[in-house]
Design a protein around this ligand. Structure first.
Ligand code: ACM
Ligand code: ZN
Length: 521
């Protein structure tokens, strides 16, 4: 089982699922019951009819109720006996996680989408009590550098659900591509979602693919994905990068930048000087209209506005930015970013939404209602944010950035990441909402590469997020990973070779040059 549950007690015997097995549930649970039926019936061919009697043998019972063992809305209890299976939870979400654990206890053939005849479907008897350690267990997916289609997103969301992860942070805008349809600004798609070419082979390479790249999600597709995630208890946090990493927006509407010059959507990667101009009112009118449409599409109460890697060169030279600084009494260009973040934060608050950003949004006096995602540097501001009541999502660059290869970030290094380190006092631990692993896709052009980067490290991330500190054990995780990987194989996930995911120090040093060089795909 991955992530490992809070308490597991193995018992004698097995439950045997067969054509006579029935299901018993209260009617409001229909959504999770349909999910469970789809899982079981597709592979077994059994119909899993509803149980009409109060107690019958050979039944799976889903019971919504309070229990002192279930500590929060995501917890559950699972009891597998020779006669019956009982899942108890306080909420539908807890029930869904109980189902995911049961799913992992079935033979991997339960994952089949076609009926497998004459198969014996047994589950070992045991009692499980399970509660998550953190409430934020996420993956950030950059679809800007490379577009990934709706199928790949749904498949990735399915895998998050399997591991009880609950946040899909969707990085929708980048220098190299704007991927979300905005009705008021059609050029974001007409121009911003396409680029002429793409650099390949890694940071030091000079080679290009010599092929255009494009892609975007229509608002209808976005609604479909939001709903798909919601059925799996996964919240989608959309990210619109403000004010940096916005070349694609500027290529579409050049007036958004300080100089107003036409640029093209870049084919190279990195940090670009042309960023949004907060000196012009029209930039805020644009951003508010974009965010209004974004808010209409995503029910989450949090909107991510990026805020990372903002070169201020153009702001220093821009008469509009300089006038804004004078009018607002801003002494530095860093204060101008603070002003920009605050204005967007106030706009979001007026719509009932909360701002989230990378740790560069933080200053001495940031609104403590903003959520900071801590990826690199910025410790002083993070500690101040926390000391003054702010909340943080832990995304440490050296441990959970899954876009690096296994020489740079071995599985063990990811697994051993501890969100509570770095001088955060125990009384503030509850302000660390949890963990989120980013996958940036400069060198991730397709699903095969995506799978290789994510797996098995994302399984380690799920365990950082869910499993209690006292139950975390790397050797034990590696053992469980063997059967988990069989399930991944069955699901068609192209995970990395387990012989190569924990290179020793010598191998790591020898191959460090590969950190900057990626194989061609
Ligand atoms: C980041 O990796 N630039 C947040
Ligand atoms: Zn400007």
């Amino acid at each position: 089982m991955i992530p490992y549950p809070s308490k597991v007690e193995h018992k004698e015997g097995k439950f045997n699922l067969n054509s006579e097995t029935r299901i018993d549930f209260s009617p409001e649970l229909i959504q999770v019951v349909n999910y469970l039926k789809d899982l079981i019936c597709s592979s077994t061919g059994f119909s899993l009819p509803s149980n009409l009697e109060v107690y019958m043998k050979n039944t799976i019972s889903l019971v919504l109720q309070d229990s002192s063992e279930i500590l929060n809305s995501e917890g559950y209890q699972l009891s597998i006996n020779t006669d019956n299976i009982i899942i108890e939870a306080k909420t539908h979400q807890g029930m869904f996680y109980g189902i995911q654990t049961l799913r992992q206890l079935f033979p991997i053939e339960i994952e089949s989408r076609e009926v497998i005849e004459k198969f014996i479907w047994t589950v070992p008897c045991m009692s499980i009590v399970d509660n998550p350690r953190f409430k934020w267990r996420g993956l950030m997916f950059d679809v800007g550098r490379h577009f990934h289609n709706v199928d790949t997103l749904k498949r990735t969301i399915d895998l998050l659900a399997l591991m009880k992860m609950n946040i899909f942070h969707w990085h929708l805008t980048e220098d190299q591509g704007w991927r979300i349809e905005i009705k008021k600004y059609p050029k974001l798609i007409e121009i911003g979602s396409k680029r002429e070419d793409t650099k390949i082979g890694g940071w030091v390479s000079k080679t290009f693919r010599e092929k255009p790249h494009e892609g975007y999600y229509t608002q209808e597709q976005i609604k479909e994905i939001v709903e798909y995630a919601d059925e799996r208890f996964i919240t989608i946090i959309p990210e619109i990068e403000i004010p940096g990493h916005s070349s694609a927006a500027i290529a579409s509407y050049p007036d958004l930048s300080c100089e107003g010059k036409q640029i093209s959507v870049p084919s190279k990667f990195g940090i670009f000087d042309d960023i949004l101009c907060p000196g012009k009112e029209t930039t805020f009118e644009f951003l508010e209209s974009v965010l209004e449409e974004v808010i209409g599409l995503f029910p989450a109460d949090i909107i991510h506005i990026g805020g990372d890697e903002v070169p201020k060169k153009k702001w220093r030279q821009c008469k509009d930015c300089q006038r804004r600084m004078k009018d607002e009494g801003l002494k530095t260009v860093h204060e101008l970013q603070h002003y920009t973040t605050n204005r967007i934060g106030e706009f979001l608050a007026s719509k009932g939404k909360r701002l989230m950003g990378w740790n560069e949004i933080l200053t001495e006096s940031t609104d403590r209602n903003f959520i900071a995602q801590w990826w690199l540097r910025g410790k002083k501001n993070i500690i101040k944010h926390i000391n003054e009541g702010g909340e943080v999502v832990a995304s440490n660059f050296f441990h959970v950035y899954l876009d690096y290869n296994y020489f740079v970030t071995p599985l063990k290094k990811t697994y051993n990441y501890e969100p509570y380190t770095n001088g955060i006092k125990p009384k503030h631990h509850k302000q660390i909402l949890g963990v989120e692993a980013p996958i940036w896709t400069e060198w991730v052009p397709n699903r095969n590469r995506l799978d290789w980067q994510l797996f098995p490290r994302l399984a380690a991330v799920s365990e950082i997020g869910w499993t209690s500190m006292s139950n975390k054990n790397y050797a034990n995780f590696r053992k469980r990973l063997i059967s988990f990987s069989r399930r991944l194989n069955y699901l068609g996930v192209n995970h990395a070779d387990f012989e190569k995911i924990d290179p020793n120090t010598l191998q790591r040093l020898w191959n460090l040059r590969r950190a900057f060089k990626w194989p061609k795909i």
